[in-house]
Design a protein around this ligand. Structure first.
Ligand SMILES: O=C1O[C@H](COP(=O)(O)O)[C@@H](O)[C@H](O)[C@H]1O
Length: 313
């Protein structure tokens, strides 16, 4: 049940599968797999491996990979994807990229989740061809048999929100775009509802337990009909945001929640451990994929208040 494993040269100090068969007092069931890391560097490598593996499996099975990003610290932790070996081995041209939440600001605004991902990640993959220019087939030193077949992310596959309309309109338009892509099956559809089934949704978590732009005690948590909705009163600035709703998040094939730092340890404990009948309705605790797989990527400080970790030490 508790394993210390080595995966692709990464020492994950604990991989804990929280499944039905577990009967440890205080440890919540069905909270997915916990991957707890000694260092941020190791967490980043494991996260890159995880995303690259899911991308490969999805491209093999469906021909495309529909991935939704979040903002915040997640993007920095995904940075290894832009390094060897992933930069060469990931089939970037097959990626369809979305955002699980976005702040309603201009795309070049410092608060924009799109800008964060573009500067920290996408721009490095958009320019992949020039990255490999020194060994392109026209170069004298190039050996065609070893020329890496790399195609960059296709700009039209990057689905960011319209930043020139209101939050409500941006959410509506974004929902419409996703609907069209579900029709053509670039994004799969859930077999138990009409919800989109993203191949992977990546979430961060705030110290208040929010995920995407689903904040504690907000009416947005009750939204059952819309795929994408909006808020104008976010407790964390900026106030206007659009967000995937819980039904969409919980319909994904894979959901990963990436959380680091001691300031989030209490929220991690409340999101994962069995805290009894008074358990708060924390958005991160409401992330419960119906048929998909949930994985938590944690560093040791973020995991420090988990009962499951204490039992295993
Ligand atoms: O406002 C937001 O915050 C969360 C968490 O961010 P972090 O910097 O504490 O990791 C993020 O996941 C979300 O996308 C963003 O809009």
């Amino acid at each position: 049940m508790f394993n210390s494993v080595s995966r692709c040269n990464v020492n994950i100090i604990r991989v804990i599968e929280l499944v039905d068969s577990m009967a440890l007092p205080g440890v919540h069931r069905d909270r997915g797999e916990l991957r707890i890391h000694e260092s941020l560097d190791e967490l980043s490598t494991d996260l890159a491996d995880y995303i690259a593996d899911l991308s490969e499996a999805s491209v093999k099975e469906r021909g495309v990979f529909a991935i939704a990003l979040s903002g915040g610290s997640l993007i920095g932790l995904m940075g290894k994807l832009c390094e060897a070996p992933y930069i060469k081995t990931v089939d970037w041209a097959k990626w369809y990229i979305f955002w699980a939440d976005e702040r309603v600001v201009a795309k070049n605004h410092a608060d924009s989740n799109y800008k964060l991902a573009k500067d920290g990640l996408l721009s490095k993959v958009f320019t992949l061809t020039s990255y490999f220019l020194p060994c392109c087939p026209s170069s004298a030193s190039c050996n065609l048999s070893t020329f890496p077949i790399c195609v960059p992310i296709v700009p039209s596959h990057v689905h960011s929100i319209n930043d020139s309309v209101s939050a409500e309109e941006a959410a509506d338009e974004y929902g419409f775009v996703i609907r069209q892509l579900v029709k053509t099956r670039m994004v799969s559809v859930s077999d138990i509802s009409d919800c989109p089934k993203f191949d992977l949704i990546l979430l961060g978590m705030g110290s208040d337990g929010h995920v995407a732009s689903l904040f504690p005690n907000h009416s947005v948590l009750e939204e059952k009909e819309e795929w994408v909705t909006f808020i104008t009163d976010s407790p964390k600035p900026p106030p206007e945001r659009i967000t995937f709703t819980l039904p969409v998040i919980n319909s994904a094939s894979n959901v990963a929640v990436v959380v680091t730092g001691e300031s989030k340890a209490e929220a991690v404990h409340l999101a994962i451990d069995d805290v009894g009948p008074d358990s708060p309705s924390l958005p991160s605790r409401m992330v419960q994929p119906t048929k998909g797989k949930l994985v938590w990527f944690l560093d040791k400080p973020a995991a420090s208040k988990l009962k499951s970790l204490q039992f295993s030490e």
